[in-house]
Design a protein around this ligand. Structure first.
Ligand code: NAD
Ligand code: DAU
Length: 340
């Protein structure tokens, strides 16, 4: 039986990962360590509460004493580190917590993984560590790191720390670098859920800059199947890019959302650009495709429809969120985001 410490498992991707694993595997016991920041939500995991192969612990990955206790008590054999401050705009408003959680927290996990001799440490990273592309080209695993935001700088730092633990101590670290995820349970500060919810509420849809920035979108379950494969078969010291070759301009996604919801384009509002806004991300996933026969199953337009329907059906989930802390953030973010 693998005993996996999943960190950040109450967030968007982590909660989808835990549900996927508990649904299809009975040889994995999961300890979910999550601080329950504004982005962590135990409602995402309501179906797992009674599962005999699952336990939740509220806590901070920076807390070395707690992390050590968990490794010992549960005889952890594997780590999947999803825990992070994950939103670029928030990192622009204040970077400290990003470096604390994403760098120091990862280091605490790495140190304990080393002491407890884990069999695999999967560091969940991001394509943003590569920086921004021009019109052509794709991010490969060998593309030099060039992070542009405090968020991506903190993620790149964690990647370097993880690789150094492999090089120096032979810790079996594997890194995934995935492109933009979307799907159920994504916190409504990110582009797709924010636009769906604003459109449902007939509120303005704030488009940064000219709306022509490009992201390479992947449905969350396709990402998580790749993470499972890397957990099983990833070679220590290696990096695996994950993406679904679904490049889209932001403005085109927003128009698709409005069209499906039967809402007018007049809801679109162009606002001041995000400082340091990366222009284009696009991923070359050939390595994971060739080595593990992974391929994405979801097409962007179909999975976007599925996602929109999920937000329509799960209004209670997001209404509770947008009436709380999120509103505070949303207001502070837009004091500086004047309409252009
Ligand atoms: P999220 O913000 O939805 O969830 C993050 C989770 O981590 C939350 O449950 C939060 O409570 C928890 N957390 C934060 N700080 C913590 C701490 N100090 N200790 C313990 N738990 C803590 O993020 P997400 O979108 O699910 O992203 C998960 C991971 O995937 C992140 O590492 C992110 O960098 C990476 N990633 C995200 C995307 C994307 O498109 N969302 C793409 C590629 C990689
Ligand atoms: O590429 C992977 C990364 O994708 C992850 O590592 C991050 O955790 C995740 O947050 C995401 O980062 P982005 O900055 O690409 O995602 P976000 O949803 O914030 O923005 C997507 C694009 O939409 C980006 O070009 C900015 C734009 N945008 C975003 C928001 C929130 C807008 O135009 N308006 C908005 O209100």
């Amino acid at each position: 039986m693998k005993k996996i410490l999943v960190t950040g498992g109450a967030g968007f991707i982590g909660s989808n990962f835990i549900k996927h694993i508990l649904h299809c595997r009975d040889d994995i016991f999961i300890v979910n360590l999550d601080k329950l920041t504004y982005a962590g939500n135990l409602e995402n995991l309501i179906d797992c509460v009674d599962n005999k192969n699952y336990v939740f612990i509220k806590g901070d990955i920076v807390n070395d004493e707690l992390v050590k206790y968990i490794f010992g008590k549960y005889e952890i054999t594997h780590v999947v580190n999803f825990a992070a401050e994950s939103h670029v705009d928030r990192s622009i408003l204040g970077s400290e917590i990003f470096f604390r959680t994403n760098v120091i927290g990862t280091n605490v996990l790495l140190e304990n993984a080393k002491v407890f001799n884990v069999e695999k440490f999967v560091q969940i990273s991001t394509d943003e560590v590569y920086g921004s592309l021009g019109k052509d080209g794709l991010f490969k695993e060998t593309t030099p790191l060039h992070p542009n935001s405090p968020y991506s700088a903190s993620k790149a730092s964690a990647d370097l720390a993880a690789l150094a633990f492999h090089h120096t101590y032979n810790l079996p670290v594997v890194i995934t670098r995935c492109s933009n995820n979307y799907g159920p349970y994504q916190f409504p500060e990110k582009l797709i859920p924010l636009m769906i919810i604003n459109a449902l509420n007939d509120k303005k849809l704030p488009v940064y800059g000219d709306g022509k920035n490009i992201r390479d979108w992947i449905f969350v379950s396709d990402h998580n199947i790749a993470v499972e494969l890397v957990l099983e078969r990833g070679k220590p010291g290696e990096v695996y890019n994950v993406g679904a070759s679904s490049e889209m301009k932001n403005i085109d996604i927003i128009k698709l959302i409005l069209e499906q919801l039967n809402k007018p384009d007049s809801l679109i509002e162009f606002v001041k650009d995000r400082p340091g806004h990366d222009r284009r991300y696009a991923i070359d996933s050939n390595k994971i495709k060739i080595e593990f026969d992974w391929k994405p199953s979801f097409k962007f337009q179909d999975a976007l429809k599925e996602t929109i329907n999920w937000y329509i059906k799960n209004q209670n989930w997001w209404e509770r969120i947008i009436s709380g802390d999120y509103l505070q953030y949303y207001k502070s973010q837009y004091t500086d985001r004047t309409v252009i």
